[in-house]
Ligand binder design. Structure first.
Ligand code: PCA
Length: 227
């Protein structure tokens, strides 16, 4: 079950000399051996918390891996930080590259229960909302910058139908009609997680490379031209 992340420094942007980017990771989830008590998305959010990257001051936070509470926590963080950009991260064990998600779909369906024991076997996230939303991040520029930096990267057309897609969809729905750039990036297992799956071919990436990759992604992000 999830570990409570260690206390960390809160980002405050009182002088507003830089813009706030809310960067979220998820707590560990699932019971496959690769899960351990780790989730690289959380490690990245903790590592980059408080850093200045390009024009951005990063506020790194954790979301619970629960359909219900994840979105409530995200809403609270959005109220608290009033961020000018939002990037949510999640772990996609088995993927071999930094996966920049194109699209969030209005559907929950997974074989795995969330950390509160809730199983969603096929239902709309919001009955009255559109079927899908596109990421509003410059996804192609981000992918190209990663590849130029020698980091494995891809665009992905599915964030799955578990809590990551749920958060991604809810985020894009909350921000509809607004200029705030937002989106989702999935990351591979850490090497220590991949080892525990027992399969020799399970792909992984070091935390150092993932931190560098997410820095590179954030550098490509220009603030919106809000008045
Ligand atoms: N990955 C899961 C949920 C939390 C996470 O890090 C997913 O892809 O839905």
């Amino acid at each position: 079950m999830p570990l409570v992340p260690p206390p960390k420094t809160r980002v405050t942007n009182s002088r507003k000399s830089s813009k706030t980017l809310l960067l979220t990771g998820f707590e560990p989830f699932g019971d496959d051996p690769g899960a351990l008590s780790l989730n690289p998305s959380l490690s990245i959010a903790q590592a980059l918390n408080g850093q200045k990257i390009g024009v951005w001051r990063v506020a790194g936070e954790v979301l619970p891996c629960e359909f219900g509470r994840s979105v409530r926590v995200l809403k609270t963080l959005m109220r608290e930080y009033e961020p000018e950009a939002i990037l949510c991260l999640g772990q996609a064990g088995g993927r071999s590259a930094i996966s920049i998600e194109r699209i969030a779909v209005n559907w929950d369906e997974a074989a795995l229960a969330d950390n509160a024991g809730v199983l969603r076997t096929g239902q709309a996230i919001l009955k009255t909302a559109p079927a899908a939303y596109f990421s509003t991040l410059p996804i192609h520029d981000m992918r190209d910058a990663l590849l130029e930096a020698g980091l494995p990267a891809e665009l992905s057309s599915t964030a799955g139908h578990f809590v990551c897609n749920h958060v991604f969809f809810s985020l894009m729905h909350m921000l509809r009609g607004q200029a705030t750039p937002a989106g989702f990036v999935h990351v591979p297992y850490l090497p220590e997680q991949a080892k525990l799956t027992g399969a020799a071919q399970t792909p992984s990436m070091s935390l150092g490379s993932m931190n560098a990759a997410i820095r590179c992604v954030i550098e490509k992000l220009a603030p919106s031209k809000k008045p």
